[in-house]
Design a binder for this molecule. Structure first.
Ligand code: DAK
Length: 259
């Protein structure tokens, strides 16, 4: 995979791409360049059948401190209106393979919103999540009002967005923003282990599962159930489904082919 200015890419784990956000001097603030590079990584992973999932992480102290404020300060209203970043966020949201976030330290503003674009979040016990945009006279712009409320509920989302107060890893876990907490030294390792486990599963089922689970954010139950039914039916016609059931009865490990 190519080299990027703002991301470090680790291809050493088979079937995975590990992306480390690499702007420590600006606390991993998300510039447009960084988002473009991230979208490029996702596009490459989407197109490569051998790659099954990505893991996104930051440094020990900061996952990401939000949108780059120098860049934001330079934008007037028309600049914001014509900003290309909403399109890039959409690409991240539409990425079809699993994204696992390994979060140590601060995940603030756009950084917290990036966490919410991940499918599974593993947090170090030093992690802090927040939407401090209110302190800057703005509001979240990449889903921090919409995804946050759907994830953690009204009470906590209102508190975070209106007050700018951060929540701890523990609070994030009990609110459902985070799937697991580890000691910070193991956050990435655990995220990789989980990504490897997912990479061993039948890819068509993983893809359908992600797609249908995310539908739950935006549909009524009845419509969501129809999506589930359709995806379930489609998977019934795959070789991997036959292989999974056969392997169960033959008491052996299944060999999935993504067909
Ligand atoms: N942008 C640019 N530079 C930043 C930065 C940021 N978000 N955060 C930190 N830095 C820079 C600091 O300016 C400082 O630079 P120098 O002074 O060394 O040149 C350096 O990083 C170190 O910062 P600190 O001295 O503050 O470091 P600490 O370790 O003491 O504190 C911190 C770390 C992360 C708690 C703190 O830096 C902090 O509170 N940062 C700002 C957090 C924040 O307010 N985030 C929200 C940003 S607004 C949209 C999509 C998304 C968004 C908007 C629109 N659309 C699609 C329309 C998102 C908006 C946001 O995220």
């Amino acid at each position: 995979m190519k080299k990027y200015n703002t991301l470090l890419i680790d291809n050493s784990v088979k079937q995975l791409v590990i992306v480390k956000i690499n702007r420590p001097e600006a606390r991993n603030a998300l510039t447009t360049e960084l988002l473009i590079e991230l979208a490029d990584v996702l596009e490459n992973v989407t197109e490569n059948d051998a790659l099954k999932a990505i893991v996104i992480t930051g440094t020990e102290k900061v996952f990401a401190a939000g949108a780059d404020l120098k860049e934001m300060a330079a934008l007037d209203m028309i600049g914001v209106l014509e900003d290309i970043r909403p399109k890039i966020w959409k690409k991240i949201a539409n990425f079809p393979k699993p994204i696992i976030a390994a979060v140590n330290g601060f995940a603030l503003g756009g950084g917290c919103e990036l966490v919410m674009h991940a499918d599974i979040v593993i947090a170090g016990d030093n992690a802090q999540f927040g939407q401090p945009e209110i302190n800057l006279g703005i509001i979240p712009g990449a889903g921090g009002t919409q995804r946050l409320i759907r994830t953690v509920g009204k009470a906590l989302a209102m508190k975070m967005v209106l007050s700018g107060e951060f929540i701890s890893a523990e609070e994030a876990l009990s609110a459902g923003l985070v799937a697991e907490i580890t000691i910070p030294e193991l956050t990435l390792e655990r995220a990789i282990a989980l990504a490897k486990l997912i990479a061993s599963k039948p890819p068509l089922a993983v893809k359908q599962a992600k797609e249908v689970l995310l539908k739950a954010f935006e549909t009524h139950l009845d419509t969501g159930m129809q999506y589930e039914r359709k995806a379930f039916t489609v998977l019934s016609g795959t070789e991997d489904r036959n292989e999974g059931i056969a392997a169960f009865f033959e008491k052996r490990k299944p060999v999935f082919k993504g067909r």
